[in-house]
Design a protein around this ligand. Structure first.
Ligand code: SIN
Length: 276
């Protein structure tokens, strides 16, 4: 049982998710508080903070404590802030970011370690984010299935996700190549050592060691399995809540059930390393 002195930690479920208190993310942070936030993220895989007001610079500074910030391969950031991903939906939206289960930008050769989302505008009801523990999903598989998956890899592609997606933001992507990468299906967390399933409905297209039919069937089984309710926590946002998730440990799904209302905020994404 981890003891915390500089923050409070209120678990949402035994497997995944905790609400953190006693922190102002915009203020200078001491080493102990930083370490405890890091420990809580490793233990609970996604952590949440309420009542946080942050400028874009303060948001980036908090993210940068955990590693170098990434720039999204498709969506441009606001003027002067390329590391900020704008998350926005309104009555004109045709899509919202993350409306199917995924681990952020898993098509990168070195997918992000984590993402920190700050929402300032919320619909009157709805717009929750669902998170699923990919480690809990792996643990629940049978030993023969774990042995079968151990040597397999999967292709993750950005093409079918990002092509033409940011036209409304003035992005012309003809001739642009979106990232594509091959990762192990079962990855090992570089900090906790925990194994988890690393395939998702959004980016994962193929298991190259199997026939197309075998690959489609196994990916469907695994991506459905990861999203079973027993591996999930569901976060109900308030204005100025922050969610910080570990992309190496969880997948998430943004629930777009509030059309035509507005939901808006900013995300920073922290670089990660090559899955093994
Ligand atoms: C995302 O970063 O995938 C979007 C999550 C959300 O809007 O809740």
């Amino acid at each position: 049982m981890t003891e915390y002195a500089a923050i409070s930690v209120d678990p949402m479920t035994p497997r995944i998710g905790a609400v953190i208190g006693g922190v102002d993310l915009a203020a200078p942070m001491g080493n102990q508080q930083f370490q405890e936030i890091h420990d809580a993220l490793m233990r609970h895989e996604v952590i949440f903070f309420h009542d946080q007001t942050m400028t874009l610079d303060q948001h980036k500074a908090f993210g940068a404590k955990f590693g170098e910030l990434d720039v999204h391969p498709g969506s441009p950031g606001p003027e002067g802030h390329p590391e900020i991903l704008v998350i926005h939906a309104d009555a004109n939206s045709k899509h919202v970011a993350g409306e199917a289960w995924h681990s952020d930008v898993s098509c990168l050769p070195e997918p992000p370690m984590g993402s920190i989302l700050h929402l300032h505008t919320l619909p009157s009801c709805g717009g929750d984010t669902l998170f699923a523990s990919a480690g809990a999903a792996y643990d629940a598989l049978s030993a023969p299935m774990k042995a079968f998956l151990a040597p397999l890899t999967a292709i993750h592609s950005g093409e079918q996700v990002y092509r033409g997606r940011y036209k409304h933001q003035g992005v012309e992507d003809a001739g642009k190549q979106y990232p594509k990468a091959e990762h192990p299906i079962v990855r090992t967390h570089p900090v906790t050592g925990r194994k988890s399933l690393f395939v998702n409905q959004t980016f994962t297209t193929r298991i190259p060691q199997l026939t197309r039919k075998e690959s489609d069937a196994l990916l469907k089984y695994l991506t459905d399995h990861i999203t079973l309710p027993q591996f999930q926590a569901r976060f109900r946002w308030r204005e100025n809540s922050v969610a910080f998730w570990d992309n190496r440990a969880v997948q998430h799904h943004a629930m777009w059930d509030y059309f035509p209302e507005v939901r808006s905020g900013f995300r920073v994404t922290i670089k990660g390393d090559k899955p093994f």
